[in-house]
Every structure is written in C-alpha cells, then in structure tokens.
Design a protein around this ligand. Sequence first.
Ligand code: 13P
Ligand code: SF4
Length: 336
Amino acid sequence: MFITESKKTNTDFNSIPDDLFGAIEALKQELNAVILVHYYQEPDIQDIADYLGDSLTLSRQAATTDADVIVFAGVHFMAETAKILNPNKLVLLPDLDAGCSMADGCPPEEFAAFKAAHPDHLVVCYVNCSAAVKAMSDIICTSSNAVEIVNQIPKDQPIIFAPDKNLGRYVSEQTGRDLVLWDGSCMIHEIFSEKKIVQLKIEHPQAEFIAHPECEEQVLRHADFIGSTRALFEYSERSAADKFIVGTEPGILYQMEKHMPQKQFIAAPATTCACNECPHMRLNTLEKLYLAMKNRGPEITIPEDIRIAALKPMQRMLELSAQISAVKQKQMLSSV
Ligand code: 13P
Ligand code: SF4
C-alpha cells in the first residue's frame, strides 16, 4: 500500500507481526533506513534507535547520514529539519499529527509581521519551529548551543529570539544580551510546579534538581544545573550526587535509569495531576513506526523555495556549533 500525503498515519494495525522488533530490523535493511529517536519517545522506540539524542545530536546525524530513508521518531519540526538537510531522501514520521505546541504557537504569517516590526534585528530561531519560520531566520539554535550561538553575534547587533520566551530569557541572562522575545513556550516545560519542587527538595535534601531551559524562571531559579536533555543526562553521569529531581519530559528518565541503575531519578511534579509526558511526542508508537516503514509513509514534504531558505540558517548553526565544540574540546585537552 502506498500512503498519500494527506494520510496522517497508518491504521492497518491488524497487519502488525508478532515479532515487531525483528520486522522493523528487516525493513531497516530492505530500505537502507536509519532510525533517529528523540529522548522523549516511549522506551520501546528508544530501544530500536540507531541514534538516540536531543535535537542537536539528531540534527547532526540527519546532516551526515548516508541512509536512503530517515525514520524520525520525534515531532514534526524535527523530521522537517531532517528533510531540509536531505531533500532527496525519504523522511518518514510515524504520525504526522505529532506536532509541537511551541512550533504551532509561532505561525509564519504572524512571525513575518513581528520580524517586519524589528527591521534591524538578526533573527535567531530555536529549532522548535516550522520550516516556514526557519526560512525567515538568520540562524537556528537548539537548547544545547543557544547561549554560545548568541555569544558569537556582535554585541551591537540587536536580536530577535523566537519562539520560546523561556529559553530566550535564559539565554538573555547567560549572555547579558537584551533579546526581543517571541511570546511562545512549551506546554510541557511550563507545567512544572515550583511549590512541589521545593517540597521535594526539602524531602530529599541530597537530591540535585536539574532542569531544561524551556522551564519557567521561577522553576529554573531552584535548579542546581540547567541544560538541554542530553546535557541533563551527561550532568547526572558526572555528578557525585546519587539522587536527582529531573525537570524535563520524563522520557529521558528511561535512559538515566538504564545507564545509572545505582542512582535515583525523580520526575519533577507538575502543577496539576496532569502527566508531563509530551502528548505530541507520544503520538508515535512502535506499531506506527513499523507501518510507516512498511508503507513508506507518511512522509515529510516541504515546498522547495521554503526548504532552500530554511537550509541556510540550519547550515549556519551546524557550522557554528561544530566550531564551538572544537574550541571546547581544545580547552578540555589543554586543561588536563
Ligand atoms: P532538546 O532536545 O534540545 O533538549 O529540546 C527539548 C525539546 O523540547 C524538544 O522538543
Ligand atoms: Fe514541543 Fe514541548 Fe513537546 Fe518539545 S516537549 S515537542 S517543545 S511541546
């Protein structure tokens, strides 16, 4: 069966084989596919990843893969980023409805007007935005490199930072730059409860609170460490602490517990009893991933003019972040 573009996901669940893991592996060989998985996916999907990572790691993998097919287990803007970098590859997303509240909160027409109102500003966009918004940007960043990227921009250059006001405010504090912020945020990182986190810290005085910069200011001010999803993982590995309260989507706890069974990880609580799993990320399932590979769809498509315009700021980010990593590595080596 061939899926047309309008089909958002596959529904032929009665054709799912018993050995789903084996069937996915066989399809991977047949398609010469690579499976890129974000940390916020369900554990079964994390287990079949060729590459598991945060947004920056996955963008780097997408930029260098020689596979013919990219299966992206993440959300739409991530798979779209892979397509921007690989126009001739088939990029599959298990469920096309796996969107992102932050990306959706920055519609291209409204962003065009915002940009026009600040004509002298350089536009730095967080990768969590649509291809059309990327196409209006000067440089893209992720939560791993936003601070360093803004630090590379000449001090007298005014900057728009979009679409996450929480990450933008954090970057502004870290760099001392006055950024013009788009009023957007992540529905998951905004629901952490300051009060409940403070209570948890009192109950577990030895625990370190580690949080993603998409969280609100009143939550971040209690954090012992702030970083991207991957940075949170790496910090918990090198920290001497053996207990952590983790302020991000709880999918990362699966990897933390798997790699550090001797340490304890507590998911930071939300303001209500609402679960803080990202409902967009969790639309993907192992079954949908299998069907997407079997049916070669749903696939990501982008109008070529938008793709070309979005490619330039993406490439700027990848080049700059490679330079930043090289400098960091040199500094690390010279300090040993
Ligand atoms: P990172 O992958 O950069 O940590 O971003 C988190 C996120 O919210 C992805 O949607
Ligand atoms: Fe978007 Fe937040 Fe979900 Fe990430 S965690 S995909 S930013 S809604």
